[in-house]
Design a protein around this ligand. Structure first.
Ligand SMILES: [Fe+2]
Length: 178
């Protein structure tokens, strides 16, 4: 379930979170994850067969979302405390940036935090297993993990060849995510 923290320090959950995200221009949905086979979300490196299994398990909703919103490719990522260079990866994720297309994540397991700026205001979006979130093209944002340092997510792309981060000269200070 996502939790949205607004600029006033209030937290919004459940349908209120979805409503707020939609008002900010972010797509949000919830997909059932209770029936995911345990071996697909077990800790450990993401084997190709596991990634394929995740994509196959969710092929129906992934296809529907892709058709509705113009996403043409997908993959699976997993970050964990034992991911090589996890701290360096996180440091990079925590640099504010934009993309020329949507940044789309379906969280299969674990959790993460997107910090987005809309109309000059900062919102924090905690996404957990089952959350589908699309940060629109051009929206300033950055991403980090929670203290669990663990997420498995499907990424959807309109044009993976063109998916580059346009960084700003304002790296987020360490510890600034709360
Ligand atoms: Fe991004």
């Amino acid at each position: 379930m996502s939790i949205v923290g607004d600029p006033g320090g209030h937290r919004h959950q459940g349908e209120a979170a979805t409503r707020m995200l939609n008002q900010l221009g972010l797509y949000h949905d919830r997909w059932p994850v209770a029936t995911v086979p345990a071996d697909l979300v077990a800790p450990g490196p993401l084997a190709p067969a596991v990634a394929d299994g995740i994509l196959a398990h969710f092929q129906g909703p992934l296809d529907a979302l892709s058709q509705a919103r113009g996403y043409r490719s997908r993959d699976v990522i997993r970050l964990a405390p034992d991911t090589p260079d996890i701290e360096a990866l996180l440091a990079n994720f925590q640099r504010a940036h934009r993309h020329t297309e949507d940044e789309v994540r379906f969280v299969v397991a674990g959790e993460g935090i997107f910090v987005v700026t809309v109309a000059g205001e900062r919102y924090e979006v905690l996404v957990t297993a089952g959350d589908v979130l699309a940060v629109p093209a051009g929206t300033r944002h950055w991403f980090t993990l929670t203290d669990s340092r663990s997420i498995t997510a499907v990424r959807l792309f309109g044009d993976p060849a063109g998916w580059v981060a346009l960084y700003e000269d304002d790296p987020v200070p360490a510890g600034a995510r709360t």
